[in-house]
Design a protein around this ligand. Sequence first.
Ligand SMILES: [Ca+2]
Length: 170
Amino acid sequence: MRTTFLLSLFVLLFASCDKDDDSSPAGTPTPTDPVSISLNTIILEEFTNVSSNGSFWDSATNNPDPFIKVYKEGVLVFESVPISNAAPGPAYPLNTPSTGSMPVTINAGQSLRFELYDNDSETSYQYMTSINLTDAVSFIDNLDGAESFTDLIIYGPNDIALAISGDINY
Ligand SMILES: [Ca+2]
């Protein structure tokens, strides 16, 4: 305890001696830990019409019909309506809800999971990719005081990328 106290005192003295030399510009934001993020948009940024084993999601003449499921702490909080016959190339927003609504708020320490599926019929769908962020706030926050993130690219299996955007809340 005594050592800790002396060390603290030393740091304090050092810090006060150093104060006059502090060249940080006035108004520089002090990085702090965000309390949450709000996920505002998800875009299917990259995919091909075959999985990584070379099989077509649908067929050589039919493209997949992708939709996203979003889970917070393992609970489904958002599901998008499928994009019909999506051709690889363009980016497709996945923000029209069939379940839940945007934004989705994730608190510090909570997990966020994305699962992308190809809608094959009203009753069957096929796994395309998944991305799990164990601690989503820590993953997105880089302590630079930013208040938002825009088109942050995250990658999942089968060479699929999502672009996510939202707010960082302090
Ligand atoms: Ca399929």
